[in-house]
Design a protein around this ligand. Structure first.
Ligand code: C2E
Ligand code: MG
Ligand code: MG
Ligand code: MG
Length: 295
């Protein structure tokens, strides 16, 4: 009986593994087809000066309009794309679309010309041989000025191979591109490396912003992160700012920039165009959504 049972366990185990392998292969195929078939598109979320609410830039965030599964957020496919390597093609496509969008907007709206387009780069994409060349190609093809591009690389991805990251980040910096460390506080950072990386700013993960008003301790963590960034010569972007009290606290903590639903949600290209058209082109101040709704 024990033998029977053992065999059953084995069977269950292999079936489950097989299911997973099939699922992985299906998703991988669907993703490759999706990149070819233009099923991926970008939404853009503005970020602003915390003190003036003036527009500083946009973060490009990818979405997948799957033919049968519907609209999928990056949380549902980025990890898999990393695992299968599909992230390389997907990532190039994202970079290309983001730069092309910025160039098209800047032609039409003067307010855009001083802004940044910020693009998320996955670990595998960053460590890929030929990453720098792929950026150069996109800049050339789209006409995107390198000074207007910003790359967001997660703390985890940068720290994975800190020595070669430092080298690569310096080369990107030399091209004139701005650099952000993303999701700060969710991974592990080596302080000695952090100061050697040529990073322009640090993005505090939204989980910290959310907890800030839950306890004094969480607030002190946010304060410590901001002070650390400033000590290392970086400016700080708070992500996930959802209300006026979070904004007030972050202002008091001398955080420079904010991004979140309080100001604007991520928007597809057509909504972005309406948003841009509604701005004062000389002083593009973003009216918080909550305040606009209260009018
Ligand atoms: P992230 O880079 O930290 O991006 C911020 C996430 O917070 C976005 O989720 C954004 O929609 C969400 N967010 C912004 N403001 C608020 C707010 O006020 N409240 C709340 N609750 N959420 C807010 P999204 O678009 O689902 O993206 C999730 C993650 O997926 C991103 O986190 C990023 O790590 C990754 N990702 C997105 N697009 C790309 C991409 O093109 N390439 C790569 N490699 N990763 C991407
Ligand atoms: Mg990001
Ligand atoms: Mg982030
Ligand atoms: Mg995050």
């Amino acid at each position: 009986a024990a033998k029977e049972q053992g065999r059953d366990c084995f069977k269950v185990f292999t079936n489950k593994m097989l299911d997973q392998a099939v699922m992985l292969m299906t998703m991988e195929q669907e993703m490759r087809r999706g990149v070819q078939g233009d099923e991926f598109f970008l939404v853009f979320q503005p970020f602003v000066h915390l003190h003036t609410s003036e527009l500083v830039g946009f973060e490009a965030l990818v979405r997948w309009r799957h033919p049968t599964r519907g609209l999928m957020p990056p949380g549902a496919f980025i990890a898999l794309a990393e695992e299968t390597g599909a992230i390389i093609d997907l990532g190039s496509m994202v970079l290309h679309k983001a730069c092309a969008a910025w160039v098209a907007w800047a032609e039409q709206w003067p307010a855009v010309r001083n802004t940044l387009m910020s693009v998320n780069i996955s670990g595998r994409q960053f460590s890929q041989f030929g990453f720098l060349d792929s950026i150069r190609t996109v800049l050339e093809k789209t006409g995107m000025p390198p000074e207007r591009l910003k790359l967001e690389i997660t703390e985890t991805a940068i720290m994975e191979d800190a020595e070669s990251s430092a080298e690569k980040l310096s080369r990107i910096k030399e091209m004139g591109i701005a650099l952000s460390i993303d999701d700060f506080g969710t991974g592990y950072s080596s302080m000695s490396y952090l100061q050697r990386f040529p990073l322009d700013n640090l993005k505090i993960d939204l989980s910290f912003i959310r907890l800030m008003h839950v306890s004094q301790e969480n607030m002190e963590i946010v304060r410590a992160i901001i002070n650390l960034a400033h000590t290392l010569g970086m400016e700080v972007v708070a992500e996930g700012v959802e209300d006026a009290s979070q904004r007030r606290t972050l202002q008091e903590l001398n955080c420079e920039y904010a991004q979140g639903y309080f100001y604007a949600r991520p928007m597809p290209d057509d909504e972005m165009r309406a948003f841009l058209a509604g701005l004062d082109q000389e002083h593009p101040v973003v009216t918080p959504l909550a305040l606009a709704a209260a009018d």
